[in-house]
Design a protein around this ligand. Structure first.
Ligand SMILES: Cc1cc2nc3c(=O)[nH]c(=O)nc-3n(C[C@H](O)[C@H](O)[C@H](O)COP(=O)(O)OP(=O)(O)OC[C@H]3O[C@@H](n4cnc5c(N)ncnc54)[C@H](O)[C@@H]3O)c2cc1C
Length: 414
């Protein structure tokens, strides 16, 4: 492949939620698209698992629901958190409009496989696995394609960077995100489900901090939130101290913490929140984490990446179809119209993303200050009981809407 040059209309770098959804939607509109994914498969652990109501609506609209349902997943109508031993039904999706009054937890690789399989049935879609983008190609100041690590070039009327929060394409194009400090990292590990049946619980908040337990088929994917930069200290404490800490934080799992075999099975995931001041440059657009790294708080990163893809497909498709007479008679894409559409994508998605990031940062600040575990004492004070009985039921529908749809949800056809 070295030195070869191929051509497409839209070249998407990165086959994550943003890249595959955008590729699928553009190809459905008949626009030729090539998705380049650096890995040989989608099977990686460090990805979120949540499929929110807005993404479920999209799966319905795409006619993929039957195939989605055939994949092993955990549907949850409400998300519980346990604060200092007191279970709170914090988020209740049953208050959302039908039909998708739930969130589902599905390993992200399964969702990506589904999107890739559906897209691959479309003649305009091409997916290249094991294709790592190393650089962008420019002509007269405009991005006109990408160069792969093997030297091959893919030329395109538009390049879309969907290569995640450490985006190579973004960096090569000279776009620099503005970082918003997050005082948190995550220690990421898995445990078997405990012997005694346990209600699905997403968060455990207490003196040990916050532990997330995501039910996956056959096991729990877990994350312990730790102060940024403290992972070495966690490792220095040794495996037994780590197991005991998890057992104290999640008493229902005390019988399975022994299955965390060693600290080599506990991975550091750095939490990051940032956003590009400008999401595009002539010939190139960034979406998903490449435009705005999301923290795992509320598990909305996949949803936001998918929503970007929906907005981008809707706004870009007319521009990518518009043609001017080309040198050999065939129409060519109007570059100016494409750039205008890229700017429109940023205008549409920047504010809802910034608003969600502000909420995430507020939660991180509370976690860091320890204020989260002060929310409810055990036993609750009179004031806290009043909050649980009178205030929580009123704010729950708003929280469900915020988590389930985010700010400004997108539709295929508005
Ligand atoms: C610890 C942690 C837990 C999280 N949990 C959740 C959760 O539960 N729910 C949720 O919704 N969100 C969660 N998130 C956030 C979520 O993972 C992201 O917001 C989301 O995956 C962004 O999707 P994306 O398609 O933009 O990028 P990514 O998912 O990062 O996909 C980028 C893709 O590009 C590929 N790629 C990278 N570089 C190149 C290259 N040079 N050439 C070609 N391909 C390349 C990568 O292999 C990858 O497949 C979590 C984040 C963290 C850090």
């Amino acid at each position: 492949m070295s030195g070869s040059v191929r051509r497409t209309t839209v070249c998407i770098a990165g086959g994550g939620p943003a890249g595959l959804m955008l590729g699928l939607l553009l190809a459905r509109s008949g626009i030729e698209v090539t998705v380049l994914e650096k890995h040989e498969d989608f099977f990686r652990d460090f990805r979120g698992d949540t499929v929110h109501p807005s993404t479920l609506n999209l799966i319905d609209a795409l006619g993929l629901r039957a195939r989605f349902e055939a994949i092993d997943h955990v549907p949850l109508q409400r998300l519980d958190v346990v604060v200092n031993g007191i279970r709170i039904h914090a988020i209740d999706f049953s208050t959302l409009p039908a039909p998708n009054r739930l969130v589902t937890l599905m390993p992200q690789w399964d969702l990506l496989e589904l999107l890739a399989a559906e897209a691959s049935t479309l003649p305009a879609f091409r997916l290249e696995m094991g294709a790592e983008v190393a650089d962008v190609v420019r002509r007269d100041g405009r991005v006109t394609g990408v160069r792969l690590t093997d030297g091959a070039v893919v030329e395109a009327d538009l390049v879309v960077a969907c290569d995640g929060r450490a985006s190579t394409v973004r960096e090569a194009a000279g776009l620099v995100p503005r970082a918003r400090g997050v005082p948190t990292d995550v220690a990421w590990f898995r445990m078997p489900r405990p012997a005694a049946p346990m209600p699905d619980t997403l968060g455990w908040i207490g003196a040990e901090g916050l532990v997330v337990t995501i039910p996956r088929p056959g096991y729990l994917q877990c994350g312990l939130l730790i102060p940024k930069g403290s992972f070495d200290a966690v490792r220095a404490g040794g495996i037994e101290a780590f197991r005991q800490r998890i057992a104290r934080a999640v008493p229902r799992c005390a019988d399975v913490v022994g299955d965390i075999a060693s600290l080599d099975d506990v991975k550091l995931l750095s939490v990051q929140i940032d956003r590009l001041p400008r999401w595009w440059t002539p010939g190139l657009l960034c979406i998903g984490d490449a435009a705005h790294a999301m923290s795992p708080v509320f598990g909305v990163g996949i949803n936001y990446a998918v929503q970007d893809a929906v907005a981008a497909a809707r706004l870009l498709a007319p521009a990518l179809r518009r043609t001017e007479p080309g040198p050999v008679g065939a129409g060519v894409v109007d570059a100016g119209a494409v750039d205008v559409a890229c700017a429109a994508v940023q205008r549409r998605r920047d504010r809802p993303t910034g608003a969600m990031q502000a909420v995430q940062r507020a939660v991180h600040a509370r976690i860091a200050s320890g204020a989260l575990s002060d929310l409810i004492a055990n036993p609750p004070t009179r004031r806290q009981r009043l909050f649980l009985r009178a205030v929580l039921p009123r704010v729950k529908p708003l929280v469900a809407r915020l988590v389930g749809y985010g700010f400004r949800p997108e539709r295929l056809d508005p």
